[in-house]
Design a protein around this ligand. Structure first.
Ligand code: EPZ
Length: 419
């Protein structure tokens, strides 16, 4: 595992271009398994997780070509519906190939996803949904096998929590259950769900209501090929916006979709950040002082995203007062707090809530990343701290941030990757 050496403090200036969304490309790559003809995806980010999903599609028998942000997926000639453990273990999103493979080839097996540092991440909503769609589910030796058992005319699936992955998994699987009318209630409303629905409808499927709490899918006989451009990565964009504000910089973020970041913009404006939209996909971020303290509740979209929670805590660690951050999606997603304390941050965590007592300065430290968003937060802390910071076990940051060393260097950061 390598490390990032970051010199601080620095004010970020210049401009940065946002890449395509990891969390849109992954479910759309899984959905490409439904298609009988070539699929061409544009604006696909060059990330470790994308390569993992491409390996899984190849293991399923697809021919996949990926270069310069374009992924071309040809349907399998000899499909394989047993996906090897070592691939699924690497990335939870791999689990979402189970349903499309079973819908297309009647039966499929995928290993249960591992846990991860942001908490226990069960897949019970996924499995209950597949059962309501007419699949039998068997779990043996950590392998889940889904097999088409009976044709369902109508399936009403109410999610106990608006799970992003479960919504995507059920929507994708239902898309080619010919003649089945599926309703997903309490569905997740993230932009990535809408992007997936646009892809499925371009491939000849019939998905209505994506982006709202109620999604309807009218299953069709087959899904054909299509061309689709992946939406910008709102979490990558939000990470850079927070980094520019935290360093009291003045820089441009372009290639984003501003409408995906309303909750972040509200929070930052309330803490004193100046955000001016220069174009549909371009925003100028500037900050000339320590932020005012704020209270944030992390909730499913359109609320403040859990994937920006570690980063906003770093931003608030130097606020002029005490802030509160309540995490309601992954209650134990505070592993980064112990590491932030090593910079001199004053943060208390109890029962899913972080109380952040703003301090005047942080000092550079040796720290270790626990997940990809925590890694990004520790890099931001290194940018605002006095002295040198080493973010160790940092390779997981490349799962979600394309060219992050180059992009931060272009923003005047002094940062180096060491193996
Ligand atoms: C997606 O994960 C994202 N990953 C995560 O981003 C993101 O943090 C999360 O949604 C929440 O927005 C991708 O899109 C690839 P969930 P997912 O199902 O789908 C519980 C990143 O850094 N739950 O919405 O796994 C679960 O435990 C990653 O890019 C069940 O109980 O998240 C959690 O508490 C990290 N049973 C809550 O729901 C289930 O069957 C939300 O999880 C499914 C979920």
């Amino acid at each position: 595992m390598g490390k990032l050496i970051v010199e601080g403090p620095v004010r970020l200036t210049g401009s940065v271009r946002v890449s395509g969304s990891k969390n849109s490309a992954l479910p759309i790559l899984a959905a490409a398994l439904l298609c009988d003809e070539r699929v061409v995806l544009e604006n696909v980010p060059n990330l470790m997780d994308i390569h993992t999903m491409i390996e899984i599609l190849s293991a399923a028998g697809c021919r996949v070509f990926f270069e310069n942000g374009v992924a071309i997926i040809d349907p399998p000639t000899n499909p394989c519906t047993d996906i090897p453990y070592e691939l699924v273990r690497k990335m939870r999103a791999s689990f979402n190939v189970l349903g499309p493979l079973a819908a297309k080839f009647q039966k499929a097996s995928v290993s249960l996803p591992g846990g991860c540092s942001i908490g226990v991440r069960p897949v019970d909503y996924h499995l209950e949904g597949l059962q309501k769609l007419g699949f039998s589910i068997k779990i043996e030796h950590g392998i889940v096998t889904a097999e088409m058992e009976k044709k369902i005319d109508e399936a009403i699936i109410s999610l106990p929590f608006p799970s992003v992955g479960a919504t995507e998994h059920i929507m994708t699987t239902a898309a080619i259950l010919d003649g089945t009318h599926t309703v997903i209630e309490n569905a997740a409303m993230e932009p990535e769900i809408e992007d997936l629905a646009i892809f499925l409808n371009r491939a000849g499927c019939r998905v209505l209501g994506a982006g709202t709490k109620r999604i309807e899918v009218f299953g069709v006989k087959k899904a054909h090929g299509c061309i689709h451009k992946i939406i910008p990565d709102r979490i990558e964009a939000g990470t850079y916006i927070i980094a520019i504000a935290a360093t009291m910089g003045d820089a441009i973020v372009e290639g984003l979709d501003v409408s995906h970041l309303i909750s972040l913009f509200d929070v930052l404006k309330n803490s004193g950040v100046s955000l001016s939209q220069l174009d549909r996909d371009k925003v100028r971020v500037s900050m000339d002082r320590r932020p005012d303290p704020i209270k944030i509740q992390v909730t499913p979209y359109p609320g403040f995203p859990t994937d920006l929670q570690p980063q906003i805590i770093v931003f608030l660690s130097k606020a002029q007062g005490t802030s509160t951050v309540i995490e309601t999606v992954f209650k134990s997603r505070f592993q980064h707090v112990d590491e932030l304390r090593r910079f001199g941050a004053k943060i208390e965590v109890s029962d899913g809530t972080a109380i952040v007592y703003g301090v005047e300065r942080l000092s550079g430290a040796q720290v270790s990343a626990t997940d990809l968003r925590a890694a990004a937060a520790l890099v931001i802390a290194g940018l605002i701290a006095n002295g040198t910071t080493s973010v160790n076990e940092v390779d997981q940051i490349f799962r979600g941030y394309e060219d992050i060393v180059q992009k931060l260097s272009n923003l005047s950061a002094v940062i180096e990757y060491q193996k």
